[in-house]
Design a binder for this molecule. Structure first.
Ligand code: AMP
Length: 464
């Protein structure tokens, strides 16, 4: 399955073997089927190789991970080191694991090894992370909070750090990591530090923050990607109280889909919807920060491999998680941030496949959805409510319907019986289910997580 980010047609095509990268990296790229650079790679790799700071506005799906990893790996192959050399900060555990997996692929033929440091695991992994930080894993991929927990204990030797990557910097700021980031930067040897600053958006506060820490950066902006044309976007205007019933109705027609991802704004909604769908016989599971790390990984693994066809999640999953072959994304709530909409629905139609995105819009959400339509420069098609929910138009007012409406016989009857059992035959997916490990992070590594410096027994780089 191909998952190649779009090339902008008018951009000049740049091939990886024109970039002066070491053979070890070219061999891995070759194994993975990476031949041409994406625009962000073509623009960011040359100045990064020269040691310049980079300020890049690029979203997930543009190939930004390779854009920042390859120049660093090139350096570490030419001049292998034993101390901690590079710190890559990621907003979430999932992204940290995913970047670590890509790293594993790209670095296969190089001497560089890495450790992923993220919270939510047992004390044992803290011990392993500690050892890696003490003995010196050249590349450290970490979430800020967990890294600080180690740094506060004083055993990490950061004197050899030469590269810092801030990935999804806007997200890290939104998540309140600013003090952690500043604290980490303050602990690094600044004179020799190269900072690669990647952000999906560039609001004023991010620009200000970047100015404070970057030295004469090369600025690169890859235009906000609109959702792929092949995503069939539609929306229902529906009162909050009727949303769960509407989801059941929608799922009735989707029994042969292999992977459905439903995003909810709140954890409570995730729990309620999951319970309701499970009661109706759907194989559905939730993924939110309520879960232990291992459970989250297991569920994502089951979703990737096709064992669980429906996952209900908070925005934990909206950015940067590569799960190929998602057929349908449903926004149970309109996301607060217009760009999160692009991220959420970007989970579908990632490859050459077509995808579908359905958004449920309540009265309160209308204004927000309008902003989204402005951002994506498209009026999303409204679909009439099914007959049994026809009186659930949000104009009726949510509050006056709330009491009598929730779980009303109409809504409840709508999904009864027919929504059950997704155990029937599903499309075969040799290239997906339990697919071969690859650097896109689309493999099911389950709990295999990256909590060790790796080199031996690694998987060969490979793309599906
Ligand atoms: P990213 O934006 O870094 O999250 O990458 C998005 C997806 O594109 C990942 O699955 C990468 O493995 C894949 N990818 C990145 N760069 C290339 C490339 N030059 N050729 C083919 N696939 C790529």
């Amino acid at each position: 399955m191909n998952n190649i980010p779009d090339q902008t047609p008018e951009e000049e095509v740049v091939y990886f073997d024109e970039l002066n990268l070491v053979d070890e990296l070219l061999d891995a790229l070759d194994d993975m089927g990476f031949e041409k650079c994406t625009p962000i790679q073509a623009k960011a790799i040359p100045p990064s190789l020269e040691g310049r700071d980079v300020l890049a506005v690029a979203q997930t799906g543009t190939g930004k991970t390779a854009a920042f990893l390859l120049p660093i790996l090139d350096k570490l192959t030419r001049e292998p080191v034993s101390k901690v050399n590079t710190i890559i900060l990621e907003p979430t555990r999932e992204l940290a694991m995913q970047v670590d997996r890509q790293l594993e692929g790209f670095s296969f033929y190089t001497p560089a090894s890495s450790i992923a440091i993220y919270g939510g695991r047992d004390g044992h992994s803290m011990e392993r992370e500690k050892n890696a930080l003490k003995t010196g894993a050249p590349l450290v991929v970490a979430t800020p909070g967990r890294l600080i927990a180690h740094l506060d204990l004083g055993y990490a030797d950061l004197s050899g750090v030469r590269h810092l990557v801030l990935d999804e910097a806007d997200r890290m700021l939104d998540m309140g990591f600013v003090n952690d980031m500043i604290k980490i930067i303050d602990m690094l040897p600044k004179e020799k530090l190269q900072i690669l600053f990647y952000s999906a958006t560039m609001p004023g506060k991010i620009r200000k923050f970047s100015r404070e820490i970057l030295k004469n950066p090369v600025e690169i902006s890859i235009a906000i990607s609109k959702p792929a044309e092949k995503i069939d976007q539609k929306a229902f205007d529906v009162a909050d109280w009727a949303k769960i019933s509407l989801i059941e109705h929608i799922l009735k027609d989707k029994k042969d889909l292999e992977r459905i991802l439903i995003f909810c704004g709140r954890k409570k909604t995730v729990r309620d919807l999951t319970r309701r769908l499970q009661r109706k016989g759907h194989k559905a599971e939730s993924v939110s920060s309520d879960l232990e790390q291992q459970e989250r990984e297991d569920r994502l693994g089951d979703f990737r491999s096709g064992k669980i066809p429906i996952v209900i999640a908070t925005d934990v999953l909206s950015r940067g998680i590569h799960i190929d072959g998602i057929d349908l994304v449903i926004n149970f709530d309109v996301p607060g941030d217009a760009e999160d909409y692009v991220h959420r629905i970007g989970r579908t139609a990632r490859a050459s496949a077509e995808g579908e995105a359905i958004t449920l819009i309540s009265k309160e959400d209308r204004q927000r959805f309008k902003r989204i339509e402005e951002l994506v420069e498209k009026e999303v098609r409204r679909v009439p409510l099914p007959d049994e929910l026809a009186d659930a138009e949000p104009t009726q007012g949510r509050d006056d319907r709330e009491k009598g409406g929730r779980g009303s016989k109409k809504g409840g009857g709508g999904g009864r019986g027919r929504g059950r059992g997704r155990s029937g035959p599903r499309k075969s997916s040799g290239d997906r289910a339990g697919g071969s490990p690859d650097a896109s992070g689309s493999s099911n590594t389950g709990g295999g997580g990256g909590d060790r410096p790796k080199k031996f027994g690694r998987r060969r780089p490979k793309r599906d």
